[in-house]
Design a protein around this ligand. Structure first.
Ligand code: HEM
Length: 583
């Protein structure tokens, strides 16, 4: 029997007097002998049947040809239907079925944790708790985890050191045991891969820190020589020049002010480490470098805003003001870097020296490793340079800032460090040639203790790419493992009852003897992916700290508020105001 159709989808009808619904577009095959089973638009069905029957056979053929939708017009709605069905299936799978499946697999092995909440998981609660703790300062002590990671701490208190939380629809298991963190970070086969959102990462820095497998091994081999101690020694003059500029500036401010001088060291150290990385990475002019790190600072804040919505597929493509600005910033940074790299390559082509800065050493290393599979593209070099900037500047300025804050809170350690520096270098410029490197024990212990209590990278992430056994739990593929460095650094079972206290002497016999569960000190990560720039950072920090101790005494300003919080790394929320006095 012919089916009657109503005209409920006129817009896509290809023939003026014929209307089809979606289903017909997808399935229509003209029946032999005409089109009598369709109604004529606008006429009652009996009249329309009469009209059709009055037509001659040839008319019917012509009408059938005219009414047959072309293959192209059938294709589009068909594809749309398939697309909607496919997207619907994936949304249900991603936001409901998979979270349920993974949750069952983990809970059936005895893991506790928060329940999945559609669609953002714990992100909303995490943001709420962060906003709450950030609205008030904390007492001037070092028990900072409740302020820095309130959601993580609450979950661990309730469910134990290994427990489930939710990053959007993806389970994120907290691994709060030092031994398991070591196992994960030591894995050489990449089974616990980096958890990087490539699109988001590209906006700040990808490079070595976020690539995997062969490509990572190749880049690490090329970059390693640039960070050897003998190459770092060649960068000492640049470290020293930048530190001298900072000291001279502070001295002239002090000279111009009556009595002590108050300074917010947080932006000062950001400028210092940005300046150092500009010189040591690119030998470039200060202003060119400064523009990059100003832009990267803004980018980091914008990325944090965007991060909350990353579970929404395609979120970065939404033309929000934040997304648009992030793309602009990235283009500007990449433009500056591309210019610097081109200039350097053309100098090398003309036979001029490649330079002793990181870029020169990197380009040299690429040339030494030969072209072909071992070489790196310009785009790769740009990503590595962006990473030098971010990793080199951000983390070391955080370390220096907390060091001065803590030495202001603990003046007895400030005195001990100063005595040591003066006894090793007198009033000469500190030189950290290899023998001297180990002479400043107290300074080294202080830096380690600051890195323990205030690690710039508070947490690391990995992801299971296939089913993996870890401890007594079998983790399915697709689980994020969160390695909360700061939590482990503050664990009283590992560091003793005084874990929240500033006691550099715990490192007197080295890192491995400082904790019960050895080693449990991960400020630079661990295993094959350990920070390539750790010697660079420690040398820079020792140089800056020694020069400051030689010239100034410092204490916290009454305007200082103790408020550590994370903007990717561990920042002082309200700055770090200290009062300087000339020695
Ligand atoms: C106090 C200063 C620093 C701290 C606390 C720090 C911390 C870290 C940590 C924790 C990792 C491991 C990340 C992971 O395993 O997921 C890392 C990796 C890395 N860091 Fe640093 N870093 C510092 C300074 C620097 C500097 C100065 C540079 C370069 C100029 C640098 C370049 C890198 C690179 C390239 C990686 C990736 C290594 C790889 O994946 O093979 N870092 N850093």
């Amino acid at each position: 029997m012919p089916t009657k159709r109503t005209n409920h989808w006129p817009a896509l009808c290809p023939v003026a007097d014929k209307r089809f619904d979606v289903y017909e577009f997808a399935t229509y095959i003209p029946p032999a002998g005409g089109i009598s089973h369709y109604t004529v638009a606008g006429l009652p069905s009996s009249r329309s049947r009469a009209l059709v029957q009055k037509r001659k056979p040839m008319d019917n053929v012509a009408a059938a040809v005219a009414a047959s939708p072309s293959p192209g017009s059938l294709l589009l709605p068909g594809l749309l239907t398939l697309l909607v069905a496919w997207a619907g299936y994936h949304a249900v799978e991603r936001f409901w079925l998979r979270p349920q499946r993974l949750s069952r697999a983990l809970r059936s092995q005895g893991l506790g944790g928060t329940e999945y909440r559609f669609p953002a998981g714990d992100l909303t609660e995490n943001a709420r708790l962060n906003a709450e703790v950030r609205s008030r300062p904390m007492p001037p002590c070092h028990d900072v985890v409740p302020r820095v990671m309130p959601h993580l701490l609450n979950t661990v208190k309730e469910h134990g050191n290994i427990c489930i939380t939710w990053f959007g629809p993806v389970p994120r298991v907290i691994i709060g045991e030092a031994e398991l963190v070591r196992d994960i970070l030591s894995n050489k086969f990449g089974h616990f891969g980096k958890f990087t959102n490539k699109r988001l990462g590209k906006l700040l820095a990808l490079g070595l820190a976020s690539i995997e497998g062969e490509k990572w091994a190749k880049h690490r081999r090329i970059l390693n020589p640039a960070f050897h101690l003998e190459k770092l020694k060649l960068m000492m003059p640049a470290f020293s020049t930048c530190c001298t500029e900072l000291i001279d500036r502070w001295e002239s401010k002090l000279a111009g002010s009556e009595g002590p001088y108050e300074v917010d060291i947080w932006p000062e150290f950001q400028n210092l480490t940005g300046d150092v990385i500009s010189h040591t990475a690119f030998g470039s002019s200060f202003m060119e470098g400064r523009r990059i790190f100003q832009l990267q600072g803004e980018q980091a804040e914008r990325l944090i805003k965007a991060f909350q919505y990353m579970y929404i597929p395609g979120f970065l493509f939404f033309p929000t003001p934040n997304n648009r600005r992030m793309k602009e910033i990235n283009q500007e940074i990449e433009g500056i870097l591309r210019g610097m790299i081109k200039k350097r390559e053309s100098l090398i082509e003309k036979g001029e020296a490649s330079g002793n800065d990181l870029l020169g050493l990197l380009l040299q290393s690429i040339m030494n490793s030969g072209k072909g599979s071992l070489s790196m593209s310009t785009e790769d070099v740009i990503e590595e340079c962006k990473l030098f900037y971010f990793a080199g500047m951000e983390t070391t300025s955080v370390l220096l800032t907390w060091t001065l804050v803590l030495l202001s809170m603990h003046p007895e350690w400030q005195d001990r460090a100063r005595k040591e520096v003066l006894s090793v270098f007198g009033s000469d410029k500190p030189s950290f040639d290899v023998p001297n490197l180990h002479l400043v024990y107290q300074v080294t212990m202080i830096l380690y203790e600051v890195l323990r209590l205030y690690p710039p990278a508070v947490t690391l992430n990995r992801r299971t790419f296939k089913e993996m056994q870890l401890g007594s739990i079998q983790y399915p593929a697709g689980v994020i493992l969160e390695l909360p460095i700061i939590l482990i650094h503050h664990n009283t079972d590992i560091w003793g009852k005084d874990a929240h206290e500033f006691k550099p002497e715990r490192f007197a016999e080295g890192i491995s003897k400082a904790s019960n569960d050895r080693p449990a000190f991960f400020p630079f990560g661990w295993g094959p992916r350990i920070c390539i720039g750790q010697n660079f950072a420690l040398l820079e920090a020792k140089m800056a700290l020694s020069m400051i101790l030689q010239r100034f005494e410092f204490q916290l300003s009454p305007t200082y508020t103790h408020a550590p919080y994370t903007i990717i790394t561990l920042h002082p929320q309200h700055g770090a105001q200290i009062i300087l006095k000339k020695l």
